[in-house]
Write a protein that binds this ligand. Structure first.
Ligand code: ZN
Ligand code: ZN
Ligand code: ZN
Length: 156
């Protein structure tokens, strides 16, 4: 992603946070920047490494987790529960309401596509799962496969 675009997204995120009485501090913005510039999702420790390389500053694990939590709560970042990795939301500059995010994870290049599914579809899925007596702890789907590029650029 180009630096210009990254800055635009961060500015928008800062503005959004401000309108909710939250503050996207310089450091939180930089953590978001690290995630925006990564093609693949990152673990908290990857974030620390990238941050250090980019901004020549070391962060403690605790402060990174705190900043990631802030970003998660504000829907600027999502967490993949299956891998404990983080990725920037792809809808930060969108005006529409954020949907329950679903993720398509490529097994080969590890890129992740965020997909919003219709609420009715999620509800239907949830209902049929709950009919089995299973209690869901979350509604996030993480599906694995091959992205279009890794399939050899086959167009649909
Ligand atoms: Zn999102
Ligand atoms: Zn969007
Ligand atoms: Zn791929």
């Amino acid at each position: 992603m180009q630096q210009e675009q990254v800055q635009r997204i961060i500015n928008k995120a800062r503005q959004e946070c401000g309108s909710h009485g939250m503050r996207l501090t310089d450091k939180r913005g930089k953590v978001l920047e690290v995630l925006l510039q990564s093609d693949a999702p990152l673990s908290a420790y990857d974030v620390i490494d990238e941050y250090k390389q980019k901004f020549t500053e070391s962060l403690s694990a605790m402060s990174v987790y705190r900043m990631l939590d802030f970003l998660l709560q504000n829907n600027l970042v999502h967490k993949l529960e299956t891998t404990n990795q983080y990725l920037a939301c792809s809808h930060i500059t969108c005006e529409h309401e954020h949907e329950i995010p679903q993720f398509l994870i490529c097994d080969q290049c590890h890129t992740v596509k965020e997909l919003g599914l219709r609420k009715s579809l999620i509800k239907e899925l949830k209902t049929s799962i709950e009919k089995t007596g299973f209690a869901l702890s979350g509604q996030q789907l993480e599906l694995r496969g091959l992205c279009q590029q890794c399939q050899g650029g086959v167009k649909n």
